[in-house]
Write a protein that binds this ligand. Sequence first.
Ligand code: HEM
Length: 463
Amino acid sequence: MTQVSDAGPAPVSTEPRMIPLRRALPALVRDPLGALVGFADDAGGEVVRLNLGSFRPYLVSHPEHLQRVLRDNVANYTRDGDGLLWRPVRRIVGDAILVAEGEIWESSRGALQPLFTAKRAETLVDRMAEAINEAVDEWLEPARDGRPIDGGAELTRIVLRTTMRVLFADRISVPDALRISAALDTLTTAMLPRLLVPFVPYAVPMPRDRAFNEAVRTIDEVVLPIIRQARANPSDGDDIISTLCRPRADGSEPDEYAIRGDVVAMFSTATETTIALLSWLWPVLSNRPDVAERMTDEIERVVGADRVGREHLPQLRYGRMVLDEMLRLYPAGWMIPRTAVGDDVLGGMRIKAGGTVLVSPYVTQRMSTFWDDPTLFDPERFAPERPRRRYRYSYFPFGGGPHQCLGQYLFLLEAQLIVSTVLSRYRFRLREPVGLTPRLGASLQPKQRAELIVTPVERPVAS
Ligand code: HEM
């Protein structure tokens, strides 16, 4: 395979192989994620093109090509805020950090970056641990009565309480956060009909438009008064809303619409991705009692009867390896689409200007071309003593290059705290078995709901 590592195009190029409509479409309808992994593996990581009628995206899966798209030649691969695929998303978040490019993106990223340094994330650990313990205390009652709890809803509550406290300084209450979260859920499903036929103009009504508009109204009802209040009473607080309401480094003052977009985008990405990834914990651990046992043994040894705190995290090594493996098999941000601005060449294959490029951590992280026994859940892959992976971009759950996830470090601390707090205080079993099949949405979640029966961990009382 031609190696591509610098920004200059390779001299020789051919058209990528096209997967015909009669093969691509039925496979994608039957099992979209499995089909994409299959196409990429069959091509051994070469770029292929999917014929989906008028839409013919390039599937880019080789780590060297991903590095070029996300980092080395990033100027050529934009998030295409004006593209059809992004249109429904932009109706909610405008030009926010998650979809913008150029100066607007730089301004938002510059404002938010200081909130997400590793050093600052460390200072948030105690407050996160406190919020998580408060949320988990509420399981004592159902545990005593033997009442099942909804694993997904409970994680949502834990993550919202924690995120509102440490990133939003409790400016958004937990009940309001639950309203926003439910509205965002409605938006994601309500935008699907438009995503399937992105060329239909907004003047033409589509099913679920009304649900979409109502959800946008709900979000505005909650968020706009909070922003107005924050702008009327400027503070030097280091929460997301105070930060976004301040003038930017270049002296410009963002308007209410721009702030709302960034607030909603930050709310959604900080909560939805974390909830999605952690909701795999229940099916994964119940499918793999051996992994669950090693985790609880480690927690017993490191934390014992204490409350999980900052000092324990570096020693919870196996727990971290389990999270890394969950991010490999179930990366919440499973698709990172880009649009080629100009022509380019990836591994000898021509990419035409204007083409959609599909980049997917899910696909590359499950390819047998780059991973041994890729569908096996094996945290040992991430043991610190293992040799470094050959390719940086064979594992990229947080993206890469200038758009790399801002919340990566915070997420890893928060997720470790949540998982180890839950497992140090409760044992759980599933009321009904839950499969490991994903439900496709903005982020990747298990298809089935997990109902849990929890029991508090009994420890001898010190005399
Ligand atoms: C399981 C957890 C998470 C995963 C898998 C994840 C994944 C990603 C990925 C793949 C990107 C790149 C998007 C692109 O290149 O277009 C990204 C960007 C981003 N993430 Fe995350 N994320 C997670 C959690 C978080 C959290 C907790 C926060 C905030 C607290 C966050 C904030 C952001 C932001 C602001 C960006 C955009 C950065 C930019 O464009 O400059 N993420 N994330």
